[in-house]
Design a protein around this ligand. Structure first.
Ligand SMILES: *Cc1c(COP(=O)(O)O)cnc(C)c1O
Length: 427
């Protein structure tokens, strides 16, 4: 006997643990779950729980766990939620859609503010504190600002965030304002915001937290270290990630180079950086074997990678070269379809994140990735970052998108519920 059962809180009627009724069949009361008393209790049970906890000196953080690779000299100044410790998911629906049976998803949207930016921000804000910075600033397409606002709040430091007016997803703007950063809606695109932030750094003495700040890169490396650790240090064949300003591409490349140098892994995964077709200067350079740097006027629904002049270009070129990597681009339609499949699988991500999954599928079709290869696609941000993109996709008519799931308005009658159920079966 497992000893776990359900009991009605009103009349005491008991049901088996696996009974699917949600109310008491005798009196309609609410059910509660009862467990048998554990075989061990007290100190022995405490020890059992403690043994299962991930024990680590650096505050249970999926960043600071890798202290030697991040910022070995940091100690008491560390500003941490903690962050990281994100899952590496298997997802049959995505394996089918991409055609890659061994695909895994590293879900960075499950960081404290909903994107991988937290991994870099915990390190860079820690560093800001160590160097005695009194005011922090960044330019952002949304997530960097949201993350900075939160970590500045934790550190008790003022923050200034510059975002392109009208181009930031609702969830990100809400976070930035709510966490208390001074939020500037700049009439210009992200590249203009970054120029302005650089000027503010030089002329106004602000500490800059864009990914040109190398401490951000150190923290973001732990996406790779953590996923390698989750795979017991057996490197996958590919790591696929969305690419905008290219800080993350640079960080992943550096992490892999160090992991190999330091004997953590023997085989180096290949990096695949995926851009949106409307903002793909890096992919254009890759096609010319990096003969020259491109600048474009960016235009994509994936606002987190809507960048025309990526700041970390040189570092990212090195990352692609050193890992025998590739750069590709996918259309907005492909991104939105990939996102709908990721969302519909119960995983969920923001549009830019889905570029990695769309890119993995395309690279298989192009014969670059092999069907049997092990691929980790990084999901960079959370579904709730950009709720407008969800309603727009699912409520669009003419043509209705392939994976549309529009909500249905009905009157409060059982007949209408039945009608909807039948029409769904017929679909
Ligand atoms: C920042 C961000 C990216 C792009 O990363 P880069 O380092 O700018 O290339 C992709 N997806 C999401 C959700 C992001 O927040």
């Amino acid at each position: 006997m497992s000893g776990t059962r359900q009991r009605c809180a009103s009349c005491g009627h008991e049901l088996a643990e696996t009974d699917a009724q949600v109310r008491c069949p005798a009196c309609h009361g609410l059910l509660e779950i009862l467990h048998a008393r554990p075989a061990v209790t007290g100190a022995a049970l405490r020890a059992r729980f403690d043994g299962r906890r991930v024990e680590n000196a650096a505050r249970d953080s999926g960043v600071w766990r890798f202290l030697e690779a991040v910022l070995p000299t940091a100690a008491r100044e560390i500003v941490s939620y903690p962050e990281g410790n994100t899952p590496l998911l298997e997802c049959p629906a995505l394996a089918r859609w991409t055609g890659l049976p061994r695909l895994l998803l590293k879900h960075e949207g499950l960081n404290p503010t909903g994107s991988f930016k937290d991994r870099g921000m915990t390190v860079a804000v820690t560093q800001a504190r160590r160097v005695g910075a009194t005011a922090l600033a960044c330019a952002s397409t949304g997530n960097t600002g949201a993350s900075l606002a939160a970590y500045a709040g934790l550190a008790g430091l003022p923050a200034l965030v510059m975002v392109p007016q009208g181009q930031v997803a609702l969830g990100k703007l809400a976070q930035t304002i709510a966490y208390g950063a001074r939020t500037l809606l700049v009439r210009g695109n992200f590249d203009a915001c970054l120029d302005l932030a650089e000027q503010a750094r030089v002329r106004l003495g602000l500490y800059l937290l864009n990914s040109i700040n190398p401490f951000r890169i150190e923290g973001q490396k732990t996406i790779v270290l953590e996923l390698l650790q989750q795979l017991d240090w057996a490197a996958p064949d590919w790591i696929v990630l969305p690419a905008g300003n290219l800080g993350n591409t640079a960080a992943c490349g550096k992490a892999l180079a160090e992991a190999r140098d330091w004997g953590l892994i023997t085989d180096t995964p290949r990096l695949a950086a995926v851009q949106a077709a409307g903002a793909a200067p890096f992919a254009a350079s890759f096609r010319e074997r990096f003969a020259r740097r491109h600048r474009v006027e960016p235009r994509t629904v994936a606002s987190a990678i809507n960048i025309g002049n990526p700041a970390s270009y040189d570092r990212a070129v090195r990352a692609i070269r050193e890992t025998n990597g590739v750069v590709t681009a996918v259309t907005d339609a492909e991104i939105l379809e990939a996102k709908a499949v990721v969302d519909g699988a119960g995983v969920g991500c923001e549009p830019a994140s889905a570029a990695s999954v769309a890119g993995a599928r395309q690279l298989l079709r192009d014969g670059v990735i092999g069907r049997e290869q092990r691929v980790v696609a990084v999901l960079t941000g959370h579904l709730l970052k950009d709720p407008d993109s969800v309603t727009r996709y699912h409520q669009q008519a003419d043509p209705r998108p392939a994976y549309a799931n529009p909500p249905v308005e009905i009157g409060p009658t059982l007949g209408e519920v039945e009608r909807v159920l039948r029409s769904r079966d017929a679909r």
